[in-house]
Write a protein that binds this ligand. Structure first.
Ligand SMILES: *[C@@H]1O[C@H](CO)[C@@H](O)[C@H](O)[C@H]1NC(C)=O
Ligand SMILES: *[C@@H]1O[C@H](CO)[C@@H](O)[C@H](O)[C@H]1NC(C)=O
Ligand SMILES: *[C@@H]1O[C@H](CO)[C@@H](O)[C@H](O)[C@H]1NC(C)=O
Ligand SMILES: *[C@@H]1O[C@H](CO)[C@@H](O)[C@H](O)[C@H]1NC(C)=O
Ligand SMILES: *[C@@H]1O[C@H](CO)[C@@H](O)[C@H](O)[C@H]1NC(C)=O
Ligand SMILES: *[C@@H]1O[C@H](CO)[C@@H](O)[C@H](O)[C@H]1NC(C)=O
Length: 488
């Protein structure tokens, strides 16, 4: 990115003169002071800078915002799909009711849209990284005529909102850059899916690539807990029919940003100001199990195992051959189909990322017992879970059809409990076979240890016969006694 050494130099030269006022007031554009390519605005706390830049390996000019201490990363681009291509002459950003970006010939390249009339409009770059258009007399955020936070590029900053804040405002979501040289709309979107019980989804077109589990009142289910997570206050706001996700702007989160990069990864990064580098807090996809539907329908992906995929208990691979060839996409089917006429019960599976909300039903006030009863009412209901785990669990979520994109965790922190429906007899046989397996395991273990002990005793007797007792007399004494105890 090209900075603007000239303007800064110019300002510092004259900073002791009468022009001081003009130079210091450098976070705003007014109708009489537009800004040309080569100049920048700097937010009052020196955190963010707005100006014209060219991505590496590109001559195109864009109007963008970046961290002043990390000038090579644009966090917002005004004209991402409409670059200024002519490098001669000077482009301008000015106010004539709205913000207008003009190229060298004076044609409009980008404008902020009509959003109300101000008598004395000013555009100001705030310390949060938000570029706002407001009336000079009003500072309340309610009365911004326009704000860049409403039009995210590929970056979510603290204080920005993802989702819908009010009808009929457009949904706010992130779109990746096309490449490092080209900020125009790329292949990947990162958005809040399913307004009633939101989850974050990365997609290309309408194809899901990764998703977090649903918001469970505290966090997104199935997202690994990272160190000091509680410091980065993130929250989901439900207002009437609108839902959005946001992170508070505070000392801790101010230096973090989340981006969807042009290869489709979501990176939550923290600026280490001392070394001027971005340190990852969290990356999605984190492992194979984050790939959407990795184990197919009714499969469960376990991060701790190789291969990752297994069928939920009571289910079996749809195609044994595919599974043996490590192709899990065909998923699993019930070993015994649900018989609607028989009695039903549920098997608890703990520590999972809840399945995708494809066909589901939600009641936020039911408890788990009522939820089970609700599920039993309809034979198409295949599973249920609490929808909220904040302050004691509550809410009822039920699934219909196949269960897609379940991940199983061993850390106990990331996952939740889900209850899966079976015919009562089938459930007994699943749990019975589990018991049988456990019994066999115990039996095998005792035989093996028995053999070990006898071997050791035999070895000791041999040594004793040879009169070499120094190393193992105590051990042998103990062992022989143990052996006699076991045998008798
Ligand atoms: C603002 O400037 C643009 C470009 O010059 C022009 O088309 C538009 O009519 C102007 N709007 C007002 C309200 O003056
Ligand atoms: C961040 O989290 C750590 C560990 O929980 C805590 O000790 C520290 O006080 C927190 N810092 C802030 C600024 O909240
Ligand atoms: C944030 O930092 C400022 C300045 O360093 C300090 O005055 C303020 O108390 C801090 N706020 C919190 C919530 O830590
Ligand atoms: C996107 O992020 C991932 C994960 O951090 C990284 O491995 C990859 O190189 C990034 N891609 C680009 C093009 O920066
Ligand atoms: C949700 O459950 C509560 C408690 O059982 C019930 O009173 C309420 O009518 C239910 N709401 C819907 C929409 O089913
Ligand atoms: C059971 O649930 C399915 C899916 O929501 C619905 O289409 C069907 O009408 C329900 N059946 C009954 C008997 O309520």
């Amino acid at each position: 990115m090209e900075g603007l050494p000239f303007f800064t130099f110019f300002c510092s030269l004259i900073s002791s003169s009468i022009f001081l006022k003009f130079c210091v007031a450098s976070d705003t554009i007014t109708p009489t002071h537009s800004m040309v390519d080569g100049e920048t605005l700097v937010s009052s706390g020196q955190r963010f800078e707005l100006g014209f830049f060219s991505p590496e390996n590109s001559k195109n000019r864009y109007l963008g915002i970046w961290y002043k201490s990390a000038p090579h990363t644009a966090v917002w681009v005004a004209n991402r799909n409409n670059p200024i291509t002519d490098s001669h002459g000077v482009s301008t950003i000015s106010i004539n009711g709205t913000l207008v970006l003009l190229n060298q010939e004076g044609s409009v390249v980008w404008y902020s849209g009509l959003s109300g009339i101000a008598e004395n409009p000013v555009a100001q770059l705030l310390d949060s990284g938000n570029f706002v258009l407001r009336d000079s007399l009003s500072k309340s955020s309610q009365s911004y005529l326009w704000q860049s936070f409403d039009y995210p590029s590929d970056t979510l900053l603290a204080g920005m909102k993802l989702g819908r804040t009010s009808n009929p405002d457009p949904e706010r979501y992130l779109i990746s850059w096309k490449s490092a040289d080209d900020p125009s709309n790329g292949d990947f979107t990162w958005r809040l899916d399913t307004p009633r019980l939101p989850q974050l989804v990365v997609a290309t077109g309408s194809t899901k690539k990764y998703r977090t589990g649903p918001w469970n009142g505290i966090r997104f289910s199935g997202v690994p807990v990272f160190p000091n997570e509680q410091n980065y206050s993130h929250k989901m706001i439900f207002e009437k029919e609108n839902t959005y996700y946001t992170r508070s702007f505070d000392n801790y989160s101010a230096n973090t940003r989340t981006i969807i990069n042009h290869s489709g990864f979501v990176q939550w990064l923290r600026l280490d100001e001392r070394n001027a580098e971005w340190v990852p807090l969290y990356i999605l996809p984190y492992d194979q199990c984050d790939n959407y539907g990795q184990c197919g329908a009714n499969g469960i992906c376990r991060t701790s195992r190789t291969p990752n995929c297994e069928c939920l208990k009571g289910f079996t691979p749809n195609s044994q051959q595919d599974w043996e060839g490590f192709d899990f996409s065909s998923g699993c089917v019930r070993e015994v189909p649900l018989d609607c006429m028989s009695k039903h019960d549920f098997m608890k599976v703990s520590g999972v990322k809840l399945p995708d909300l494809l066909e589901f039903w939600l009641n936020r006030s039911m408890n788990l017992k009522e939820c089970e009863a609700e599920c039993l009412k309809n034979c198409s209901c295949v599973a249920y879970a609490n929808s909220n785990i904040k302050g004691g669990s509550s809410g009822c979520l039920t699934w219909f059809g196949d269960l897609i994109d379940i991940t199983g965790f061993t850390d106990g922190k990331s996952g939740q409990d889900i209850y899966i429906r079976f015919s009562a007899g089938e459930l007994e046989s699943i749990q019975g076979s589990n018991k049988k397996k456990r019994l066999v395991t115990v039996l095998v273990a005792s035989i093996v240890s028995g053999m070990l002990i006898s071997g050791l005793v035999f070895w000791c007797i041999q040594r004793k016969r040879r009169g070499n007792l120094t190393y193992c007399s105590i051990l042998c004494f103990f062992n022989e006694n143990l052996y006699h105890t076991i045998v008798s």
